[in-house]
Design a protein around this ligand. Structure first.
Ligand SMILES: Nc1ncnc2c1ncn2[C@@H]1O[C@H](COP(=O)(O)OP(=O)(O)O)[C@@H](O)[C@H]1O
Ligand SMILES: [Mg+2]
Length: 279
């Protein structure tokens, strides 16, 4: 469903005119319903890759190569077509849920207005749908949560609300940029388990960006290891673990913290009760 070929991102310093290449000709493919983990240390170009897909690269930056979503080249698509694809087919879940939510409005407004504005739903239908979406992300006391302001909810609850908002428009492709990095480890596991379950049930494709190799391995079909703006290798979690192709990946494997018992993060995630609200 997504094909990226020879993606090069070049930024220009507005003061000096100096050009810097940030992404150096990366290629990847993503099938329908597939989850790809984009794994690498801070500054390796993970977020910039997602921004190129979303068409929100820094102003003045140049994107070369090809990014094709279901047959449409996003780099040559016209304004209106691109706007529609961004609104309907792609959904971003960012690291900090506060960035998506208005601090002076109850979170219900975010979900309900999103749906009634963008999709012409009646208010009553949007309210019903919002509660349904919250239950889908493991929130049972939907009335209370819909009426709450962002500061009244935990980071884990807020990220569930953002995930609910992200799926409300039935996107084809979820772009999750370190969606749980700001959460504590237990909450992190719960939110990742919800995202994983929801994505599988709906058959959505996902690019899951993280610096945590184990976490990516738990929820992704394949992993792409990034370093300094370059994808070094792509393989299944087993390939990456048992047959790393580069010295860098070997070191990354050796250095990773053992957050999960027995090195089986999937088993660990399966133990998490996703219906347990944490607010
Ligand atoms: N607005 C920007 N303008 C120019 N360079 C940037 C900008 N934002 C990030 N960069 C550079 O792009 C590179 C990749 O950044 P990023 O994709 O955010 O890394 P990651 O998400 O993997 O931590 C880094 O070297 C960073 O310094
Ligand atoms: Mg980033």
């Amino acid at each position: 469903m997504l094909t990226i070929e020879d993606l090069v991102l070049t930024v220009t310093d507005p003061d000096t005119g100096q050009e810097t290449e940030i992404l150096h000709g990366n290629s990847l493919t993503l099938g329908a319903g597939e989850a790809l983990g984009l794994v690498g240390e801070s500054g390796s170009g993970k977020s910039m890759t997602l921004k190129c897909i979303l068409g929100i690269e820094p102003s003045g930056a140049r994107v070369d190569g090809r990014i094709e979503l279901d047959g449409t080249d996003l780099l040559t698509a016209g304004g209106e077509q691109l706007r529609r694809i961004r609104a309907e087919d792609l959904a971003l879940i960012a690291q900090n849920p506060h960035g998506a939510l208005n601090p002076v409005l109850p979170v219900g407004r975010y979900l309900i207005e999103g749906m009634s504005d963008a999709r012409g739903m009646s208010r009553a239908d949007a309210e019903r749908k919002a509660a349904e979406l919250l239950r889908e992300v493991g929130i049972d006391d939907t009335d209370r949560v819909l009426r709450s302001y962002p500061h009244q909810l935990s980071g884990g609850m807020l990220q569930r609300v953002v995930i609910a908002g992200a799926i409300s428009g039935n996107p084809k492709l979820l772009l999750a940029d370190e969606p749980t990095t700001a959460l504590d480890v237990t909450t992190q596991a719960e939110v990742v388990a919800i995202l994983d379950e929801m994505r599988r049930e709906r058959g959505l494709s996902m690019i899951f960006v993280t610096h945590d190799l184990d976490l990516a391995a738990a929820v992704c079909d394949r992993l792409a290891v990034m370093k300094d703006g370059e994808i070094l290798e792509i393989g299944t979690p087993e390939d990456i673990r048992d047959r790393p192709q580069t010295e860098y990946t070997r070191n990354l494997m050796a250095a990773r913290p053992m957050l999960y018992p027995d090195g089986h993060p999937a088993a660990f995630l399966a133990d998490v009760d996703t219906k347990e609200a944490d607010a």
